[in-house]
Design a protein around this ligand. Structure first.
Ligand code: NAP
Length: 264
């Protein structure tokens, strides 16, 4: 992105992930945090920058090139709209956006001739897990996903689990999986079998202190089982290299890009 440091606006800057983004970007020589936006902690200092609650003022006054968003889905979509209208590239880690939201972002990218990235997981290990899961599903079409996160996570199932299910559904042969449970099977407690993502893949969500973000994809076949598992055990070192990569590659994006794998 030229010789000047990339100008980065962070939304959700006072949150768990946003705080890490401010810290990580501030430590790099080729990028700089020009604005920290959050509805919480307005007026407070985060890593040498004062948090503001006014995104549109921050966009027009600080002239960022990219906006890194780790907020909540209800906030992420309006934030993306505002960024694209200002021709600022949104790099979005917030999970929970649905297919209709994605379609709107795709259209807005075209309207404003500005690209965007939405990545359910910025950890390289999770991106590899999704790739390996898609590959394995061609040989093991029967699969369930267990995702485990910290107790403060708002959405369930996780964006990574939903994306993993989508990639598996796209990769495995249509109709190859055994559909549904045994005849006569029932749930003693509602939800005991988890929810179905991407049409038919069961996803089970665990929320407990002691986790950051983990996912296990279990494939069952005749006489054998295959488990793929990824654990993020620390936010800064597991997610930030992917965020920094996205900031450095932002200008090379074309339209809406979904998934960090397209930048690797
Ligand atoms: P968090 O600690 O709750 O942080 C979210 C922050 O955004 C909070 O400070 C929240 O303020 C703030 N916020 C809410 N509405 C806002 C708005 N309109 N403008 C600006 N800020 C706003 O959550 P987190 O653990 O950092 O997670 C954030 C998101 O990232 C979640 O969707 C999570 O699933 C996702 N995530 C993604 C990855 C990835 O690799 N892609 C990794 C981890 C997490 P209040 O607390 O006042 O609402």
């Amino acid at each position: 992105m030229g010789g000047e440091p990339v100008r980065v606006l962070v939304t959700g800057a006072a949150g768990r992930m946003g705080h890490e983004v401010v810290r990580a970007v501030s430590a790099e020589a080729d990028m700089t945090v020009v604005a920290a936006v959050d509805v919480a902690a307005v007026g407070q200092d985060i890593g040498g920058i004062t948090v503001t609650g006014d995104l549109s003022a921050a966009l027009s006054q600080t002239r960022p090139e990219v906006m890194v968003d780790f907020t909540v889905p209800e906030a992420a979509l309006p934030n993306i709209r505002a960024a694209l209208a200002a021709r600022v590239i949104p790099l979005v880690g917030t999970t929970g956006l649905g297919p209709a939201d994605m379609e709107e972002v795709r259209r807005l990218c075209a309207d404003h001739q500005t690209p965007a990235l939405i990545a359910a997981n910025f950890a390289i290990g999770a991106v590899l897990l999704m790739r390996f899961a898609a590959e394995a599903s061609r040989y093991f079409p029967d699969v369930e996903i267990i995702e485990m996160h910290h107790e403060k996570k708002l959405d369930a199932p996780s964006g990574t689990a939903v994306r993993t299910a989508e990639l598996i559904a796209d990769a495995r042969e249509a109709g190859a999986a055994k559909r549904g449970d045994a005849p006569g099977a029932f749930e003693r407690f509602p939800g005991a079998r988890g929810g179905a993502a991407a049409g038919e893949i069961r996803v089970h969500s665990v929320r407990l202190p002691g986790y950051i973000a983990s996912e296990e994809v279990i494939f069952g076949g005749p006489g054998q089982r295959l488990s793929l598992r990824h654990d993020s055990i620390e936010r800064g070192s597991s997610f930030m290299p992917g965020v920094l990569l996205a900031i450095r590659r932002a200008r090379q994006l074309d339209g809406l890009v979904v998934g960090l794998e397209h930048l690797l």
